[in-house]
Structures are given as C-alpha cells and as structure tokens.
Design a protein around this ligand. Sequence first.
Ligand code: ZN
Length: 390
Amino acid sequence: MSNLLALVPLLPAAFALGWWTSRRIAAHRSGAEVSELSSDYFRGLNYLLNEEQDKAIEVFLRLAEYNRDTVETHLALGNLFRRRGEVEQAIRLHQHLVSRPGLSDEMKTVALLELGEDYMRAGLLDRAEALFSDLVAMDAHAPSALRHLVAIYQHERDWHKAIEHARRLEVMTGEDEAPMIAQFYCELADRARQHGAHGEARDYLDKAFECQPDCVRAFMLTGRLQSENGHHDDAVNAYEAAVNADSAFTPDILPPLLNSYARSQQMARAEGFLRDMLGRYHGVSPVLALTDLYRKRDGERAAIDFLTAQLRQRPSVRGLMALIDSTMDKIEGEARENFLILRDLTRKLLEGQAMYRCSRCGFGAKAHHWQCPSCKSWSTIRPIHGVASE
Ligand SMILES: [Zn+2]
C-alpha cells in the first residue's frame, strides 16, 4: 500500500506521457508497428508503477530508438526521476538523450541543462560546473546556465567567481543583481577582516556600497571594522547608519552600537538616538537598551518605571523577563518563590522561540544568517516581530 501511495504523484504525469506518446506514435506509424510500440509503452509504464525503474528505463530508451519525437517524453521522465530523488536514473536518461545523434541544438541544450541539474542534485558540483561553463562558453541558453554557476560558486564560497558570473548574468538578462553582488563583496570583506587585512576589507566594503548604497550589512561590517581599530566615534556613525538603512535589523545592531557609545563616552547621544527610535520602531530592543541606560544613570526605580510604562504600550515577553529580573531583588518569602517559577517559565518560553524567519520560504532560525540556509536567498532572514520575540 505504501508503495502505491508513493506513486500517486507520478500518475498524472505518467498518463500524460502515455497519452502524448501514443498520440505521436499513432500519427506517425501504422498497423503492427503501432501495436508493438504501444505494448512496449505499457510495459514500460508497468515497470515504472512497480518501481522497477531500471527495466522501465530500458523500455523507454528502446522506444526512443524507434521514435525520434520522444525527446520531450524523456525530458519529462528524467525530471520526474530527479524530483523523486532517483538521481542515478535521471543522469542515465539524460546522458543517453545528450549522446543521441540527430538531436536539435535547442533540445541538446535543454537536455544538458537537465543533466547539469542532476549532477548538482547528486552533489557532483565539479561536473555540473564544467557542463554549465561549456554551455555558457557556447552561448547556448546561457541565463539558466549562468544562474546555476552563480549558485555553485556561492556554495563553494568562491565569491570572486560568483561576482564575475552574476555580473555577466546582469548584462545578459538586464535584471538587477546588485543587492546580491553587494552581499558577495560583504562576504569577501568579512573574510579579509577575519584575517586582519583591514585595508582589503575596506576596499571590498567600498565595492559593496557601490552596488547598494544602503547595504545594511556593509554598514554593520564598517562599524565592526572601526570598532576593532579603536575608532568608536566612526563605529557609532556606521551602526547608526545601519539602523537608518534598515531598522528591521535593530536587535542585531544595538548590542555593538551600545558598546561603541559607551567606549566613545557618548551616552547622551545614545539616549537621543534610542528615544528617537521609540517613535519609529515597534520592537522591544530600544526599550530594553534605554531601561539599562536609566538603571545605570538614575537607579533601579527610574528604570522599572520607564519599563512598566513602555510594556503597557508594547507587550513583550523579553520586556516581561527584564521586569521580573529587575523586581526580583525587592521581593521575599512566598511571593519570591512564585516569581522564580514565573521567571523560569518565561525563560523556557523564549528558549523554544525562533527569533528569525525567512520572508521568502518561511525558514525559522534562532540565529541570524545573511543567506537563507533553506532557499539560499540573501537578506531575507529577518527578526520576527511579536509579543514572544522582538
Ligand atoms: Zn528562505
């Protein structure tokens, strides 16, 4: 039964293939030939339905020898195999198709693109790269081949080649790839920074800004670079620019920004900036930062008053947690025990929570990624706003 259920998604496509093949065969052949081809076809379909894919492929390949019009059928079947994870079968089928004499250039290109996708799915990235590079060199159906190459170079973290091919893609399609290319430059900048090559990192950041003047990641990296060099005034400028470029990233930007305010002794500027944020940003991070600032400057009472007033306007579990922590010291006896339970529950609630989500595919994550691990889009993973998160 489970075998049968697994095949259910196959059926419409398989019958469509059958209808198409029979129709084409009937149009071209006659009499005994038609009945032989039809019986071959049904034998192949039967093997397919019984999960005897090797035998099915033999039959379908034999059909292809008889009839040169079955290219689309083969492409559809190969695609089906790949989608079902039967990558070896898909590769065999597409390789056979590619090597077939008399195939039109257009169909050969399509078959090669399919074969390249099979290789990618099988993890044979070097073979896929070689195949797509040949296609690009031949100038055949190049946009898809270029897109695949950009994906391969991202996977291999070869950012220079990724940039080169993304630029070629831009020229070919006229589509704007600048935000993605800016991310590639940020990757290079961050790598240089980690190796202590700060001058090189700054050059890459300049290139990122050339691609995307409001690139929030490039501002954040600039801030980090300045801070690591002890230039905390400049770090503050860069981090504030990052918040202004895209306030969605505030929860990630505030901790290093607050550190730079403190290091450059600009706490009045910090208060002004955070106060200003309260009016235009609805998350809880600036509230928590201001609470901390007031605690250090004006004492616990002032901090709790500010936090309580803010939480009435923007309910937040993280805010509640901060309130419990602040209040804890003032409580004794049974009430304190109850508060401990409440704090424990609140902490557990926050622990199980995804703090980030991809706006494209819905992937949830506890930590931030610039490239979505699931759909591979850039800058789509953002902090979640809501009572239990930001
Ligand atoms: Zn995604």
